[in-house]
Design a protein around this ligand. Structure first.
Ligand code: 5RP
Length: 224
């Protein structure tokens, strides 16, 4: 019998609780996997006093669970950040931003001492790039950035709606990602790009990967 993806997301979130026993301030990401964690923290508060959220949606959900939400600016350090991923490889580099929160997610990931990624096994890939790569862009730069992205070989498609930061997202489809770190740097250099959904400069430190046989703990693997 195959276990549902929601069940796998739930057990990945549950496994993250073990890392939170002495944590007072937690960084919380965005998405369906993290939503399970927010519910679990609500029921099983541990020492957590407050959370910094990567999106308005997560902030609202945290508040509904009675968890205080604070700004990143009000803390001197963020000991732990927990978030999901759209794709993750064995180096624990990721594509993120399926939920549109990539910029705030990258800020919290970068500001955190430990970044724990929680995911079901469908997210683990040998090579990043099957998932369309989200890029957050200043609205007035849309056409310029679209042309620049097309030159990289992908098919850019503007997503409907705006981000929590008032910007647009261009999803790059069918991108052949040979070197994720170089590509992240290259896309970041395009004027008008706020954030690229590749997380290679700040990969996760730990991956809690839910599989049919339980949750595996993975650390970044060095690969040539
Ligand atoms: C949101 C993200 C999420 O972490 C990513 O989309 C995974 O979401 P889910 O847990 O729903 O599969 O990057 O911007």
């Amino acid at each position: 019998m195959s276990i549902s993806q929601n069940h796998l997301k739930h057990i990945a979130a549950e496994a993250a609780l073990a890392y939170l026993s002495n944590i007072e301030i937690i960084g919380i990401g965005t998405g369906t996997t993290v939503n399970f964690l927010i519910d679990l923290i609500g029921k099983n508060r541990k020492k957590i006093k407050a959370a910094v959220a990567s999106s308005i949606v997560s902030a609202e959900k945290l508040k509904q669970q009675g968890i205080k939400v604070i700004d990143l600016d009000s803390v001197s350090e963020l000991p732990i950040y927990v978030d999901g991923a759209d794709e993750i490889n064995l180096r624990l580099q990721m594509i993120k931003g399926g939920g549109g929160a990539l910029t705030r997610e990258k800020i919290l990931a970068s500001a955190s001492q430990k970044f724990i990624c929680i995911a079901d096994h469908s997210k683990l890939v040998e090579r990043l790039g099957s998932f369309p790569l989200p890029v957050e862009v200043i609205p007035m730069a849309r056409n310029y950035v679209t042309r620049k992205i097309s030159a990289l070989g992908g098919q850019p498609m503007t997503r409907k709606g705006i981000t929590d930061n008032g910007n647009i997202i261009i999803d790059i489809h069918n991108l052949n990602i040979q070197n994720p770190s170089e590509l992240e740097a290259e896309i970041n250099q395009i004027a008008g790009v706020v954030c690229c959904g590749l997380f290679t400069q700040r990969p996760a430190d730990i991956l809690l990967l839910a599989t049919e046989t339980g949750v595996k703990t993975l650390f970044p693997r060095n690969q040539s």
